[in-house]
Design a protein around this ligand. Structure first.
Ligand SMILES: [Zn+2]
Length: 252
């Protein structure tokens, strides 16, 4: 047949069942995002089944196809099984997958996003709280794809922000200094703790921020700010955010 094959590493971001036994799989690789067909994968005897679980990190072989490439081999390298064992971790994993799939359009950022995604998934498996991992990943992903909010200098006048800054304006693109408060009458007033978490997840490593002790209400506010920030750029809702909210409300 002479079909052209290639190999790559990838993280499974999305799976859609099609036809009798096939699946269309969205894969984040260090080179680009690939949407490939997995033929017959839902048959129990398929060699691929069990190696294309959502969020698993796989070594893949694909054949170049006319419209879509076709998965011919997959070996799971990391399955992140802890994500399946606790509902809140699973929901957080889904959120990461959907966010990545939604935000990554520009292939230039794939290598960076791929590394960030692996770091976030590994941390999600072991962290006592999933919230900080989600904030960090969302912020870093936004940065990688060109949606970095202004948190060091005022988003309007570019004056260096100090601890007096307490207004978040998605419309203006970040935090505002007190002088620029009127530039967005719908800006959200945020506590210093929220402002600090936003800055830390933008600047620091995940291994650093994951150790910080942050109040639940601060986490909740940061999550909403970042979720709306993403939605502002994607212009669509993140469906798994609702699932995450539902799971969180049952955890207490
Ligand atoms: Zn200003």
């Amino acid at each position: 047949m002479g079909e052209r094959l290639y190999r790559c590493d990838g993280i499974i971001l999305k799976r859609i069942d099609v036809g009798e036994a096939d699946r269309i799989v969205t894969i984040l690789t260090p080179q680009r995002k690939i949407i490939a067909t997995a033929r017959g994968v839902r048959k129990t005897q398929s060699k691929l089944s069990g190696h294309l679980e959502l969020l698993s990190h796989c070594q893949l072989q694909l054949a170049v196809g006319k419209t879509r490439d076709v998965l011919t081999q997959s070996i799971a390298v990391e399955r992140f099984e802890q994500l399946q064992q606790q509902l809140v971790r699973m929901a957080a994993g889904y959120y990461i997958a959907e966010l990545t799939d939604t935000l990554l359009a520009d292939e230039d950022a794939a290598a960076q996003v791929y590394e960030l995604c692996l770091v976030a998934l590994r941390t999600l498996c072991t962290a006592t709280s999933v919230e900080m991992a989600l904030h960090w990943y969302t912020m870093q992903l936004c940065d990688a794809v060109g949606y970095r909010p202004q948190l060091v200098d005022c988003a309007v006048c570019a004056r260096t922000l100090d601890q007096q800054a307490n207004l978040w304006s998605a419309v203006q693109g970040g935090m505002l200094c007190p002088n620029c408060a009127r530039s967005d009458i719908q800006a959200t007033r945020v506590s210093l703790a929220v402002f600090k978490v936003l800055r830390l997840v933008q600047r620091e490593s995940l291994s650093y921020v994951i150790e910080l002790d942050v109040a639940a209400e601060v986490h909740a506010t940061v999550f909403v700010i970042l979720r709306r920030w993403v939605m502002r750029h994607t212009e669509r809702a993140i469906r798994s955010a609702q699932f995450l909210d539902d799971v969180r409300s049952q955890t207490f």
